[in-house]
Design a protein around this ligand. Sequence first.
Ligand SMILES: Cc1ncc(COP(=O)(O)O)c(C=O)c1O
Length: 426
Amino acid sequence: MATPPSRVDENVPNRPARTPFPPTGQSAAAVFSELFERKTADADWQRGRTFNLVYPTGRADVDSVLSEANNAYLFENALNPTRFPSLGTMQTEVLDMVSSLVNAPLSGGAGFSSGGTESILLSVLVSRERGRVERGITKGNIVFPSSAHPAFAKAAFYTGLEARATPLTPEFTADVAQLFERVDENTVLIVGSAYGFPHGVIDPIEELSSGALERGIPFHSDTCIGSFVLPFMERLGHAIPPFDFRLPGVTQMSCDIHKYGYVTKGASVIVYRDAAWLSHQIFDYDIWPPGRYRNASVAGARAASPVAASWALLTYLGEDGYTEIMRGLLETTRRFREGVTALPGLKILGASIGPLMSFTSERDDIFAIADVMDTRGWHLNRVHNPSGVQMMIAPIHGAHVDEFLADLAHAVADHGVARSTMVGYT
Ligand SMILES: Cc1ncc(COP(=O)(O)O)c(C=O)c1O
């Protein structure tokens, strides 16, 4: 049989050359030599150069637990736990452990997801469905402070809801009065962050959730960052404003294991106060010839290693292990804060509660300072209104505080004009 003609139209003007499908294979040695060569251009998180995206503990024992658990489940598929009962059991145990961490009632329910964005998407979907079934809402909206993670606006986009972002106070927390002004009879979900990505400040979760409860509206406490920070700070005796299911108005919480749970990517949990609401998250389809297709996450086939790695690390570290890591991390954060505020003009933005801080300069162009830090290999995040630099501090940074502060002192003393004001979150 003749080879069919190529479907590629070679005459598209201005199209960059396309990488061809490799006509022949190469040796593994050649492949890995190229792969590691390419990797040299990436951010050096192992030397503490990144301040989000990766949350390294800097501990070889933790890294080896993660590698071993990932490797043990590299090829399995978490789509069907009846084929891999060990995965089903580990997933259930992880959901229970995280639910306990955030004080969910025993009548609650939880689902595993690939990350904060998926947990939030599922929460918004469940809220839309509850609004439709329980309150007859057909054109719903969700209301969140403008500091909330873009995942809420994205979830509204996916689910056909209106996204209403509301102003912040001068301290960068949700302005409660202005937020409730945007709430109406079609509001299916109200949101607060405990704590938020831009400045690390905690919204007034108690006021927001009780206002939501009075109005009969679900309230999502976004603890994608805070769920593995605040409970351990509490255990260390820090006074933390209430943020979890101990508040009666909190109906759902997103808890990322792949941030301060230190697990490799692809691990988050969405927890609900009432297990019955999980049914709105489940897609159940029974006319397909191979049989009933029923699952509770966005993906069909899904990686098994995040479940195994989560179970392994939570079990390995336990409450004691996480608390000890938090003790060191808070000390590292204190050193960063003191070092930054000692430099001329630099000022921390807002009362950040945990290992996250944003700072500006009252004297210089902070983005020009950040550019100099970029050229010295530090990957700092930017914030706007007002302009600032944001850092999510991880345990690995403990070994690099002095080096960072020395470079920052140089950058404050000697910088030009800003080249970049934005770094990509794309
Ligand atoms: C407060 C908060 N919520 C949600 C998310 C989204 O999480 P992910 O990037 O895992 O999708 C983030 C990410 O940084 C976050 O900081």
